[in-house]
Design a protein around this ligand. Structure first.
Ligand code: H2U
Ligand code: ZN
Length: 348
């Protein structure tokens, strides 16, 4: 059945994706266009994220040595927004939204990306995410903390300096709310966790697994929309960053490094993506049905310069893909976990 056009269901969002595998039945020609060969300096005096430099708002970064977090100078959400509601016969509905945005510099090094950071540095990034989740989450008017990374100019990242962002706000936003609702309904109906059950299915089938360690599993979900989309799941049923013990934090650092190394090795280029963590809301209630996970949504399709566009049928009807999630997983699985830059394959 999976060699003919079919639709696959995403139980987390309740949405379907059209898969057209017959369009990629021709063998993969292995064409690899090399990405931009720009070599970055370890420190860039013009960079607003490098240690000691001035930012747009006039503030100056400290001479930080590992992770540095600051309030976004162009925050999309503001903490002092007064509560207001506008509604006219349900058709023109608006609500004020309070929140705060922060930027997390992963490293003082301007030239390193996530897969190039060492495990100790990555563990510090995870510690910072944990501290931020706790600090922002305990504010009474913050009910959701979204931690994410936009990597690469193609994803709209404004700066190659390794960094992520945190947007924390009053309302649980659309995507996590949809997923949370699905997880709650599933656990009410079945008495178990949707993602624990899903992980068990994937471990039995194996076809969509990419890489794993003692604490985490990276796989291309059955319902993936983006060509090399990955779902990263904790093996233990965790709700949020603070639930990870020290070995799980190190396990997360390990899997993040290995997965993003595979991504870079796919097209021998720095692999762009939007990734982020889904955790329990911070409204003070318990969410036992929620399973800590991360989504990676990378846009590249065939090479460092050929991306998938979500246009046409996908904007007007529903998402579509040619490459099956099983083929994508196989390709990611077959790659080395030694970063291409360390492997003498640095683009000329
Ligand atoms: P992106 O590269 O994903 O755009 O993230 C960088 C963020 O850094 C962006 O949200 C913020 C932008 O608002 N920023 C500052 O807070 N201060 C600056 O001096 C420049 C950019
Ligand atoms: Zn920099």
């Amino acid at each position: 059945m999976f060699s003919r056009p079919h639709r696959r269901f995403n139980p987390l969002t309740g949405e379907w994706v059209l898969v057209s595998p017959h369009r990629t039945e021709r063998p993969w020609r292995g064409q690899e266009e090399l990405g931009p060969s720009e070599t970055l300096p370890a420190y860039d005096p013009e960079c607003y994220l490098c240690p000691g430099n001035a930012r747009a708002g006039g503030q100056r970064n400290p001479g930080y040595r590992d992770v540095f977090v600051f309030d976004n100078d162009f925050s999309a959400l503001l903490g002092d927004t007064p509560t207001a509601e506008f509604g006219r016969e349900d058709l023109l509905l608006a609500r004020s939204e309070r929140g705060t945005c922060r930027v997390v510099c992963f490293s003082p090094r301007h030239d390193l990306t996530l897969p190039e950071l060492d495990l100790a540095s990555l563990s510090k990034v995870i510690e910072a995410f944990t501290d931020q989740y706790l600090e922002l989450g305990q504010l009474p008017w913050i009910n959701h903390v979204q931690i994410f990374e936009n990597r690469g100019a193609i994803m709209g990242a404004s700066n190659p300096h390794p960094h992520g962002q945190i947007w924390a706000n009053e309302t649980v936003p659309e995507q996590p709310a949809k997923e949370l609702g699905a997880c709650l309904r599933y656990s009410e109906e079945k008495g178990s966790c949707l993602l624990c059950d899903y992980l068990a299915v994937e471990q039995a089938e194996k076809a969509r697994l990419v890489c794993e360690n003692e604490h985490f599993v990276a796989l291309v979900p059955f319902w993936a929309v983006w060509p090399f989309e990955v779902l990263l799941l904790s093996r233990r049923h965790l709700n949020a960053f603070p639930d990870l013990n020290v070995v799980e934090r190190n396990g997360l650092a390990d899997i993040l490094k290995r997965l993003t190394t595979r991504f870079d090795n796919l097209f021998l280029a720095s692999f762009p993506y939007s990734m982020g963590f889904h955790q329990r809301p911070t409204d003070g209630r318990d969410y036992p049905a929620l399973h800590f996970h991360a989504h990676f949504y990378p846009p590249l399709l065939r090479s460092a310069s050929v991306r998938k566009f979500m246009v046409g049928y996908e904007m007007l009807a529903e998402p579509q893909r040619d490459l099956t999630p099983e083929s994508a997983a196989e390709r990611l699985r077959d790659l080395s976990e030694v970063h291409y830059k360390l492997n003498g394959e640095y683009p000329a």
